[in-house]
Design a protein around this ligand. Structure first.
Ligand code: ATP
Ligand code: MG
Length: 360
């Protein structure tokens, strides 16, 4: 008979540096997960778009890249960055065009401490940290509006405009409330700074209050982002779902990644919730030029990112098994140098596959 196969087209963009090491490792794990499932198949196509590509072609990706990518359901990205290429080139030349072109207006970043990895936090509750940050990913503080005035004079001034449309604020808050409503603890924490930023942040808070009325079951709290940063360190186990603007979310999630024990572990996803366009899955870490090419990059961030991809396509059960396999690997001590071990990237991936498939 014919087995029903769920097939997904995945665009692979390993990028630069350790992206080229951790993406192939995570793909091997993803294929093992598909094998375990039995009715799941990923069809990959690889694209060399990166800073290295930029140095050769003068652009991060070809002009018709979005057209090409729109044929895929999923984009699995490593990292972009090269010492001789300024960060804004890769950001504005590839990552932001993909995120905005495909309306990936949700940036999702789980923060969870796993067994086997000590958190830098000394709190006895550090092992109970398990929350997710929902970051606004389409506008806000990261805009190209602005410029310089009085250049070359003592009054030289730089202006950077941040903008928050009702549509964008509503949709990210609604997404966060939905997530909180589905979580067992039903708690939402929102970042603001309405005492200092007196136009955009009170607007954000107002929309928050309006949407909160639609979710009577969710207990919600608004906190200034500076106080919230301290809360991340002092009471992170109290957090469930956190929602924040583009800039605040960026800063808070790096703090979140640090709490997890290594930036090499933290996963992330850029989601188009309507699924009209592909969503893009990329770990928090960058291309790590300082350790690239040595085969010692921690692949857990990229593998956990693959787990988020499984969740996204509705394979939460398989995703949970993959996270168990990651945790079993960490507990076994078969880890890369950033976590104090001596294993290579490939050995960590092998260990995860071993635990996933339950082989002796
Ligand atoms: P980029 O310009 O691409 O953002 P970066 O060096 O600025 O690169 P990261 O790549 O995130 O930023 O690296 C920050 C530090 O964390 C580096 O010392 C790097 O070696 C380390 N690091 C990042 N990812 C990993 C990983 N997966 N495994 C081990 N170490 C990592
Ligand atoms: Mg960097």
């Amino acid at each position: 008979g014919v087995t029903q196969m769920n097939r997904y087209r995945v665009a692979l963009i390993p990028g630069d540096g350790i992206g080229k090491e951790v993406v192939p490792a995570a793909v091997r794990v993803l294929n093992a997960a598909a094998e375990l499932h039995g009715g799941l198949q990923f069809d990959y196509q690889m694209f060399p778009w990166s800073c290295e590509y930029y140095l050769e072609h003068g652009e991060m990706m070809p002009k018709d890249a979005l057209q090409i990518l729109s044929d895929f359901e999923l984009i699995f990205l490593g990292a972009c960055g090269y010492p001789s290429v300024p960060d804004h080139v890769s950001l504005w030349g590839m990552l932001i065009p993909i995120r905005r072109g495909f309306q990936q207006y949700i940036n999702l970043r789980p923060v969870k401490t796993l067994r086997g990895v000590p958190s830098p936090l000394k709190s006895e509750k550090a092992g109970e940290i398990d929350f997710v940050v929902v970051r606004e990913n389409s506008e806000g503080e990261y805009s190209s509006m602005g410029g310089r005035i009085h250049e070359g004079t003592p009054y030289e001034t730089a202006v950077q405009v941040s903008y928050f449309s009702r549509m964008a604020v509503e949709r990210v808050l609604r997404y966060a409330f939905d997530l909180a409503a589905k979580s067992p603890r039903k708690r939402l924490m929102a970042a603001t700074k309405s005492n200092g930023i007196i136009h955009t942040m009170p607007f954000w808070d107002q929309v928050h209050r309006e949407i909160a009325k639609e979710y009577p079951d969710v207990s919600t709290r608004v906190m200034h982002v500076d106080a919230l940063a301290a809360y991340f360190v002092l009471q992170p186990h109290e957090l469930d779902v956190v929602v924040a603007s583009n800039l605040f979310g960026d800063i808070l999630t790096d703090l979140g990644a640090a709490i997890m024990g290594s930036i090499g572990m933290a996963p992330a996803a850029n989601i188009n919730p309507e699924r009209k366009y592909p969503s893009m899955f990329e770990p928090v870490h960058g291309s790590a030029p300082d350790i690239a090419g040595r085969g010692i990059a921690n692949p857990i961030g990229q593998i956990w990112t693959a787990k988020m991809m499984l969740d996204f396509i509705g394979e939460q059960e398989l995703g949970a098994k993959l996270l168990d396999a990651i945790e079993a690997t960490l507990v076994s001590g078969r880890v890369t140098p950033d976590l104090g071990g001596r294993a290579t990237t490939e050995e960590v991936a092998d260990a995860v596959i071993h635990h996933l498939l339950g082989r002796e």
